[in-house]
Design a binder for this molecule. Structure first.
Ligand code: SF4
Length: 78
């Protein structure tokens, strides 16, 4: 789900995948191969890519594309 956890308008962002609900549809790494990869059996994994806060809308579009709502947008530096 495209959630926002305590971010400000200047907070750098990254994706996170909840592996407990990912079903391996592969939309994430098909749509954003610089941000996601597949594990050995096709489940999505978020790569360690940091985005500026200005990317939030684009990131939300990717997160919404996940049918399982397994993708979150989180602060890059926690
Ligand atoms: S789109 Fe969602 S369910 Fe599919 S592999 Fe990516 S995180 Fe998992």
């Amino acid at each position: 789900m495209a959630s926002a956890e305590k971010t400000t308008e200047n907070t750098e962002l990254r994706y996170a995948v909840d592996s407990s609900i990912c079903a391996g549809h592969g939309r994430c790494y098909a749509l954003a191969p610089k941000d996601f990869d597949a594990d050995d059996i096709g489940y999505g994994q978020a790569l360690d890519q940091v985005h500026p806060a200005s990317d939030r809308k684009v990131m939300e579009g990717i997160a919404i594309a996940c049918p399982e709502e397994a993708i979150s947008i989180v602060p890059a530096h926690q």
